[in-house]
Design a protein around this ligand. Structure first.
Ligand SMILES: Nc1nc(O)c(N)c(N[C@@H]2O[C@H](COP(=O)(O)O)[C@@H](O)[C@H]2O)n1
Length: 157
């Protein structure tokens, strides 16, 4: 993934990525650790998935997962009860984790800033909430999270 011309009819250049790409430092699954809310998180995805729950023991179980994919699997399982306000807070949690990762790893902040003013799109064939969806009509909330963090980093530069 990288810079693409997906809307050639609109002549719009995009920076594209997939949230689950562990090789892409800007993705939430990339293993770049940080401290937040009094704990050490191996990736943004670990933090994001754990924050779905109020139960401390379940959060810790997710935090200790060896990979982001494992953390996501545990976070998506319906065995533990999700916090009631999750729908309202999920993008805020993703934004906080992504911002703190960038502050902890300045090279990632640099990479994000180097996308300039390009629109960032999370390419996903199935996810219409975080990504583009199959037809590019998705909400692209992960792309929006990255653009919001980029805006904040710009004001601090
Ligand atoms: N509608 C909606 N609101 C939210 O706040 C969400 N987090 C999602 N997520 C959707 O559900 C799938 C699994 O959730 P997470 O990736 O663990 O958030 C995800 O693929 C989204 O489609 N949906």
């Amino acid at each position: 993934m990288g810079i693409a011309m997906l809307f050639e009819h609109k002549n719009e250049e995009l920076f594209t990525l997939n949230r689950a790409d562990t090789e892409q430092p800007l993705s939430s699954y990339a293993m770049f650790s940080f401290e937040l809310d009094g704990a050490h998180w191996p990736s943004v995805e670990h933090y994001y998935q754990a924050m779905k729950f109020e139960d401390e023991a379940h959060r810790n179980k997710i935090r200790e997962c060896a990979s982001a994919a494992e953390a996501a699997k545990l976070g998506k399982s319906r065995r533990a009860k999700r916090r009631k306000d999750w729908k309202k807070t999920s993008t805020v949690v993703m934004t906080r984790g992504t911002y703190i990762k960038c502050k902890t790893h300045p090279e990632i902040a640099e990479q994000l800033l180097s996308t300039g003013e390009l629109r960032i799109a999370e390419l996903s064939g199935y996810d219409y909430f975080w990504g583009s969806g199959r037809d590019m009509r998705g909400k692209n909330n992960f792309g929006k999270v990255l653009m919001a963090v980029r805006d904040k980093l710009k004001t601090e530069a």
